[in-house]
Design a protein around this ligand. Structure first.
Ligand SMILES: Cc1ncc(COP(=O)(O)O)c(C=O)c1O
Length: 490
């Protein structure tokens, strides 16, 4: 055996390097939480960053490892910094990061029971407890998959298999029978993508209009369904948002559940972001009816403090999850008809799967769901506080009333031209993130571009939010002066 392989597996080297890395990560965590002077996002154009790393690639091997750890930390976006208020990715709790390292090292692949026995058992515990927390009964259960997009696709494939008088798995899509999924016009794009992956074509996705509050309109749902049935389209599922990505708006789940029950249609909830609200005692009114869905997706890496990716796909009747992939794999499983909960690969798109449950299990056995409750309540409360600050400031306006921890707002401007106004918002956002002092996002609400914050960090406070408004104000005024100057000279 070569010396190289021995060195790469050397336990003592691993011990030393591991301690070094954990020390650096602990320093990063302390620096971030203390708001020391590290940029929230070290802004660089993609080509410039690529060149830096391409250059780094030729630096010395093992001797340079500490520098590599450091540079990776410094050059990344810092989710643990309380002034990170951008997209819906959580600052993971340290115990989850440690458990993920355990999973990476053990690499128990999970497709079949023996290859991931521990995490398979842990996954069942986690999923059963989550089902209970959101109000489902003992017949509920499910699996953990690689992200909300895969989760929604997995659930919708189950819904398709549950259709009466069809076995699409065997027969393929039948051009005589157009199938479709109905979803709010504000849904995440992955739902439409799922329908395209399922081969349903342009007719396979029916967008249901929303009301002024951006919630799915149930009367419009009725109309859309009638319309679809008149055109001989069979509906696989109705998908509700809990909540939608841009504004964090929750669809009226209970009413949609009633509708699905009456019409005998599969009810799926995309709760990738806001499904965790069901665990809160303060905010679970937002998800009233979630327990009535046939399937629900909830991302642990959004509102449950886990590193990406890991997503729960819950079925109200766990038995439904066994029919999704009626596929034979004799090299993995013996009897294909048996409902073997412990061979999780039978029910997921993934064959080999990371030990995703281990970190969630570690969090729950250490802190319980109380930690999730506190995280949800703190971040949702913070958004309400931010909205109050915006309402109280004459320079700003709220674009959509926040329901959870997503706040969309804008500087008051008097552009009449929408393109100019949207370009103005985009340039303010760019200035904010280039400053390194905050990281925020932007989104279209209808046709209007607006600034968007998702308060993912429970350590963000009122002072941070006031400073964010001041910074936006400063850049907005600068931008307006620049535009006025250009107008003067043209
Ligand atoms: C509502 C909603 N659904 C699905 C997704 C996709 O989830 P993932 O990024 O885990 O694939 C997102 C991502 O932001 C989302 O907000």
């Amino acid at each position: 055996m070569s010396d190289l392989l021995k060195r790469a597996y050397d336990p003592e080297k691993f011990r030393k390097q591991g301690h070094d890395m954990v020390n650096r990560l602990a320093d990063y965590l302390a620096e971030s939480l203390n708001r020391t002077d590290i940029p929230v996002y070290p802004y660089k154009e993609p080509d410039e960053r690529y060149k830096d790393w391409d250059r780094d690639f030729n630096s010395p091997g093992e001797e340079g490892l500490s520098d590599f750890f450091d540079d990776t930390i410094r050059d990344s976006i810092h989710l643990h910094h309380p002034r990170y208020v951008g997209h819906q990715v959580t600052p993971p709790i340290p115990i989850a990061a440690l458990s993920d390292m355990l999973s990476a090292m053990l690499n128990n692949g999970m497709a079949v029971y023996e290859m991931g026995a521990v995490s398979t058992a842990q996954e069942k515990v986690v999923m059963n407890e989550l089902a209970k927390e959101i109000g489902m009964d003992a017949s509920a259960g499910g699996m953990i998959v690689s992200g909300g997009s895969i989760g929604n696709l997995t659930a919708l494939l189950s819904a398709r298999q549950a259709l009466q008088n069809s076995d699409i798995w065997i027969d393929g899509n039948n051009s005589e029978r157009q199938l479709a999924i109905m979803v709010s016009e504000n849904a995440h794009y992955c739902v439409e993508r799922a329908s395209k992956i399922m081969g349903l074509g342009d007719q396979g996705i029916i967008k249901v209009p929303v009301d002024d509050d951006l919630k799915m309109r149930v009367p419009a749902l009725e109309k859309s369904l009638k319309n679809a049935r008149d055109r001989n389209i069979t509906i696989i599922a109705i998908v509700a948002n809990a909540a939608n990505t841009a504004t964090g708006t929750f669809d009226p789940l209970d009413k949609i559940a009633d509708f699905c029950r009456d019409e005998e249609i599969w009810f799926h909830i995309d709760g990738a972001h806001g499904g965790a609200a069901a665990i809160s005692r303060k905010y679970n009114n937002l998800t009233k009816g979630i327990e009535r869905a046939d399937s629900v997706v909830i991302d642990f890496h959004k509102m449950m403090m886990m590193p990406a990716l890991c997503t729960a796909v819950l079925f109200r009747k766990e038995n439904d999850s066994y029919q999704t992939f009626a596929q034979k794999a004799p090299y993995l499983w013996g009897d294909n008809d048996d409902k073997q909960w412990y061979n999780v690969g039978k029910r997921t798109i993934e064959c080999t799967k990371r030990m995703m449950s281990t970190k969630i299990y570690a969090m729950l056995r250490t802190y319980g769901f109380d930690l999730v409750r506190e995280y949800v309540d703190t971040t949702f409360d913070l958004a309400a506080e931010f909205a109050e600050l915006i309402y109280a400031d004459k320079d700003f306006r709220i674009v959509s009333e926040p329901a959870c921890n997503i706040v969309c707002f804008n500087y008051i401007d008097d552009f009449e031209d929408l393109h100019k106004s949207n370009a103005f918002v985009t340039s303010i956002r760019e200035e904010v993130i280039k400053s390194g002092r905050f990281y925020i996002s932007a989104t279209l609400v209808g046709e209007e571009m607006c600034l968007r914050t998702t308060l993912m960090n429970p350590f963000t406070d009122k002072k941070d939010l006031l400073e964010l408004l001041d910074l936006v104000r400063e850049f907005a005024r600068d931008e307006i002066s620049k535009l006025e100057e250009v107008n003067l000279h043209t």
